[in-house]
Design a protein around this ligand. Structure first.
Ligand code: SF4
Ligand code: SF4
Length: 328
């Protein structure tokens, strides 16, 4: 396969991006993430505003999340988006008020033949996918593929990607603080008789919120199984579904790089210095280049191994891992 072109732009020279953008077919959606309540490292709205100013009549598009949060319902999600400064273009929640508005998209994946995406996506002929590249607890890292794959999925589609991952509590480590119980969005956790947390697997939706909040790392996804790899492959298949039948282009911001993602409602430490912006027509190449640059800058980021997203993405025809990095 031919190498994909990935352009590197310095953060203080982002006006240069305009000359790299294609002519988009209307209507154009800019796929964004508005940042969780309490998170301060999501991609600031000022950057997205500049991107929106480079294209004609964009709409900011997003879907709702699975877990309990202002972002699980369109009304409160919109309020949060406006609070975070995303007030410069119309906002469209593709999956309706509470994530139930779904449309079927057929693909020839290994895990899925039908994907369930936000219904409103059907009307967009093109997408500018603007992503904040950072770590992610189950995906390894989150960039263009994650923004497309999970970000465009309806509630049913999100569940389909997560549903098989089993989270377990190590009762020897658990100190019985109850934080996982109060943070679980579906009340899947309770104390067992020994005052240790126990997960009801029949209710769990595998959102990993409990892993994020446990202060003593007592909850984990058991390694040695193929769960995470499968999850990352499923993400790539949903990303492929999101691109079907529409023109897509990608911008990754390599800044505010944290171990956790923008869905974490908390302040997180930065893992590396800010790096810059990547621009490409290929979602696999841009994520591969993003990972390579971040891992080169901060050794610690190498543990954020989301390789299966890239490997599987290439295998199913989403894009190529071979790229040429071009300084602009
Ligand atoms: S992963 Fe944890 S927080 Fe999420 S639904 Fe399952 S038990 Fe609850
Ligand atoms: S958050 Fe961790 S330590 Fe606290 S109850 Fe849950 S598993 Fe136990």
């Amino acid at each position: 396969m031919q190498k994909a072109e990935v352009y590197f732009v310095k953060l203080n020279e982002l006006n240069k991006i305009k000359s790299l953008l294609p002519e988009f077919t209307a209507p154009l959606g800019i796929k964004v993430h508005f940042g969780e309540e309490g998170n301060i490292t999501y991609l600031p709205s000022s950057y997205v505003k500049k991107m929106a100013g480079m294209v004609k009549n964009p709409t900011l598009v997003e879907c709702n999340v699975l877990y309990r949060s202002p972002r699980s319902k369109a009304r409160t999600h919109r309020e949060l988006a406006l609070k975070h400064g995303f007030n410069f273009a119309p906002i469209d929640f593709l999956d309706g008020e509470s994530g139930d508005g779904a449309m079927e998209v057929k693909i020839s994946g290994e895990h899925f033949k039908i994907c369930y995406l936000g219904k409103g996506l059907a009307k967009y002929k093109s997408l500018l996918v603007v992503s904040h590249f950072k770590g992610h607890i189950t995906a390894g890292f989150g960039g263009a593929i994650k923004n497309l794959g999970m970000g465009l999925a309806s509630r049913r589609g999100k569940l389909a990607q997560h549903a098989f991952i089993k989270h377990r509590v190590n009762s020897e480590k658990c100190i019985g603080c109850g934080l996982c119980i109060t943070n679980c969005p579906v009340e899947a956790i309770a104390f067992a008789g020994n005052q240790k947390a126990k997960i009801n697997q029949a209710i769990c939706i595998s959102c990993s919120k409990c892993i994020a909040v446990c202060p003593v790392q007592a909850i984990a996804i058991p390694w040695g199984r193929d769960d995470l790899k499968t999850f990352r492959e499923r993400l790539a298949e949903y990303a492929l579904a999101g691109t079907q039948g529409r023109q897509c282009f990608y911008i990754n911001f390599l800044m505010n790089i944290t171990e956790g993602c923008d869905c974490a409602g908390e302040e997180m430490e930065l893992m590396t210095d800010d790096i810059g912006i990547l621009v490409s027509a290929d979602p696999v190449a841009i994520d591969q280049a993003s990972y390579d640059l971040v891992a080169k800058q901060g050794e610690e980021f190498k543990k954020q191994n989301g390789d299966a997203q890239l490997e599987h993405g290439e295998k199913i025809g989403l894009g190529t891992r071979e790229y040429e990095l071009i300084d602009v």
